[in-house]
Design a protein around this ligand. Structure first.
Ligand code: UT7
Length: 332
């Protein structure tokens, strides 16, 4: 049994497609308005891929940036974990597609399906392989092409989501004070009915009928998800702080899944976080599902809001319901 050691994030890459889609543009497609979208969600614009762009393609661009930043070759990566609800296809996994494209000849890997929580599920999973001593370089990728599963006629979901990708590298921390300090995750499968994509799986294999019934699109009962997200994000954040004798004021950066500005603000207020330490970029990207957290890490670094030594609290709630928090001390 190897000695337990911490995992730390040592590099980041991210990518969003260049096409900016404003609320005004959406208001020409469905019955909505810029004002409604901003007031109810905080979203001003999002990025959309050109139709037919797979999730792996966005991921590759993020990974390329990460490898250059860290100055390593892809064949040094030992494990690839891909968080996504929009894999290129059911199988092989998008991890396999990426492994081949980047020629990560020593790597194995797999996809994780936990919807909007999948990036932090992947982070926690990857950390295990560093902590156990099995691997020294684990690539965590969050990538989603949400536009591939959005109903263009459903104003309630069309306005929420965007496309994007982000990747981080996990490596062992030489200093026990830095890196991923703790994590906690939950599933409440009774919430599955409120947010799902029912068609195309073994329950409802794709047929003309499933397509006619639009079962290949995202279906959401927004208010139920909203209520659960606010309650759960607060509960898990608060528990994690209490466990470590911390208060909201100790958190140097709160990086939550970007689903709705009101969910993030409500959590921040209830947990006593300092408003300037709450990282928000939903206004420019919308909800990119598995990519929101790495995209937000990148923006926090760019804006000087995430520096070496900062305590970071990651939090997410997503379809499932899945949820979780990860506490880390930022290491670079
Ligand atoms: O990341 C995965 C997890 N997902 C989430 O966390 C999403 C959580 N849910 C939410 O963020 C919010 O529930 C939404 C933003 C999706 C919706 O906001 P809401 O305040 O919960 O609105 P609602 O669904 O209760 O709808 C209120 C009204 C309805 O009209 P009536 O019945 O009051 O006449 C909707 O039909 O707003 C209407 N509406 C819209 N109006 C203009 C719904 N979507 C739109 C729209 N534009 N895009």
């Amino acid at each position: 049994m190897s000695i337990r050691r911490r995992a730390k994030i040592t590099a980041l890459g991210r990518y969003v497609p260049p096409r900016v889609v404003s609320n005004h543009e959406l208001a020409e497609m469905v019955d909505t308005s810029h004002q409604w979208i901003v007031e109810r969600t905080g979203i001003h614009e999002r990025r959309w891929v050109e139709k037919g762009t797979p999730a792996s393609e966005l991921a590759l661009k993020a990974i390329d940036q990460l490898l250059k930043q860290r100055g390593i070759e892809a064949d040094e990566i030992e494990l690839i974990i891909v968080a996504t609800v929009t894999p290129d296809m059911f199988f092989p996994s998008t991890a396999c597609v990426i492994q081949d494209k980047i020629r990560a000849t020593r790597a194995w890997g797999f996809d994780i399906s936990a919807a909007c929580s999948s990036f932090i599920y992947a982070l926690t999973t990857g950390a295990q392989f560093i902590e156990s001593g099995h691997h020294d370089k684990v690539l965590i990728v969050g990538t989603d092409v949400m536009t591939s599963i959005l109903n263009p006629d459903d104003r309630a979901t069309l306005i929420l989501f965007g496309d994007g990708a982000g990747a981080v590298l996990l490596e062992p921390s030489e200093d026990d004070e830095y890196g991923i300090l703790d994590y906690y995750h939950e599933i409440d499968g009774s919430g599955g009915e409120h947010l799902n994509m029912p068609g195309g799986g073994s329950l409802h294999p794709s047929t003309h009928e499933t397509v006619e019934k639009k079962m290949h699109y995202v279906h959401q009962h927004g208010p139920a998800v909203f209520k659960f997200a606010v309650r759960k994000m607060e509960e898990l954040s608060r528990n994690m702080l209490e466990k470590h004798d911390l208060t909201g004021a100790d958190i140097g950066a709160f990086i939550a899944h970007q689903a709705n500005m009101r969910i993030i603000d409500a959590t921040a207020e209830k947990v006593g976080l300092i408003p300037e330490k709450v990282i928000k970029n939903i206004h420019k990207y919308g909800n990119t599902t598995a990519a929101t957290i790495p995209l937000a890490i990148g923006d926090a670094i760019d804006d000087g809001k995430l520096k070496k030594g900062d305590l970071v609290l990651f939090a997410a709630v997503g379809a499932g319901f899945t949820s979780g928090v990860v506490l880390a001390r930022w290491a670079y």
